[in-house]
Write a protein of this length. Structure first.
Length: 62
């Protein structure tokens, strides 16, 4: 999870999410938000890089 959060860009984050899923299995239970909803998890990468931290932390507060 740390590698997904600290990724340098979307491609690196997607690789980290894929590795996470291989390690912890298919979307289920407590990891469903990470392995089952990767597009939503990484949506902040659609914004300019200077906004990533702000957008990411805003999404996490929900």
């Amino acid at each position: 999870m740390q590698e997904i959060y600290n990724a340098e860009g979307r491609a690196h984050a997607e690789k980290a999410a894929t590795a996470f899923e291989k390690t912890y299995g298919a979307p289920q239970g407590r990891f469903k938000k990470i392995t089952g909803e990767v597009e939503e998890l990484l949506a902040f990468y659609d914004f300019p890089a200077e906004h990533w931290v702000r957008v990411f932390t805003s999404l996490c507060k929900r």
